[in-house]
Structure formats: structure tokens, C-alpha cells
Design a protein around this ligand. Structure first.
Ligand code: CU
Length: 122
């Protein structure tokens, strides 16, 4: 149980920490901050494509987002959790409805994940 909770917290932190970290770095000593940012940027530019399965919990076509209760995503070191994703194109959501089991593909760049494909699983 604790493992699951900490995985969820990690997930939330991944989504929420980027602007805070960027703002914090800007406030701190500019010189050491800059070299740090350079190193971080290299890591963050590496996009990872991962696939997963899950159940659709919410769809917002207007915002272009989908909330998925997804299973483990080993490529990202994620445990199962429920979270919201941006989709690359709102049209991806046209064949998807709440309660549906889906297979999905997402691209993770640094702290940002975007669903690039999603379809009902068979
Ligand atoms: Cu997640």
C-alpha cells in the first residue's frame, strides 16, 4: 500500500515540479544555476516513447486531455496509478470513452508526457 502511495506522489511530483524547479533556479545564484540548467537540459531533451494499458477515467476533448488509470509503465519506471495526460491531438480522443480499456503510447520528454496514440484494447 505504501509503495502505491509513494508511486502516486512521485507521479504528481513529476508533473508539478518542473515549473517550480525552473522558477527556483532563476531565483538562485545565476552562475552555478546556469551550468546546472545546462546539464539538466541535456537529460530532459531525451524523449522516451513508452506504451501502456489502462482504463479511461475522464476525457476532456476541449482541453485535449485524458485521465487514465494505467498499469505499470516499465520504460518510465512507473507503477500503476491514475493520472491525467495531454494528448498530441484532440482527435485521438474521438474513439475513446470513459470506462473503456485502452492501449496507449506516450512520449515522455523530461517531466512532460504526451499521449500520441490511444485505442480501445481488445
Ligand atoms: Cu502515471
Amino acid at each position: 500500500m505504501f509503495k502505491m502511495i509513494s508511486a502516486m506522489l512521485t507521479c504528481v511530483a513529476l508533473g508539478a515540479s518542473l515549473p517550480a524547479v525552473a522558477a527556483g533556479a532563476a531565483d538562485m545564484k545565476p552562475m552555478s544555476g546556469m551550468s546546472q540548467m545546462g546539464g539538466m537540459k541535456t537529460d530532459k531533451s531525451a524523449a522516451v516513447t513508452a506504451t501502456g494499458t489502462g482504463v479511461v477515467k475522464a476525457v476532456d476533448k476541449q482541453a485535449g486531455s485524458v485521465t487514465l488509470a494505467h498499469g505499470p509503465i516499465n520504460a518510465l519506471g512507473w507503477g500503476p496509478m491514475t493520472m491525467g495526460f495531454k494528448v498530441a491531438n484532440a482527435k485521438l480522443l474521438s474513439g475513446v470513452s470513459v470506462g473503456q480499456k485502452v492501449n496507449f503510447t506516450l512520449v515522455s520528454t523530461g517531466d512532460a508526457q504526451t499521449v500520441t496514440a490511444i485505442q480501445p484494447s481488445k
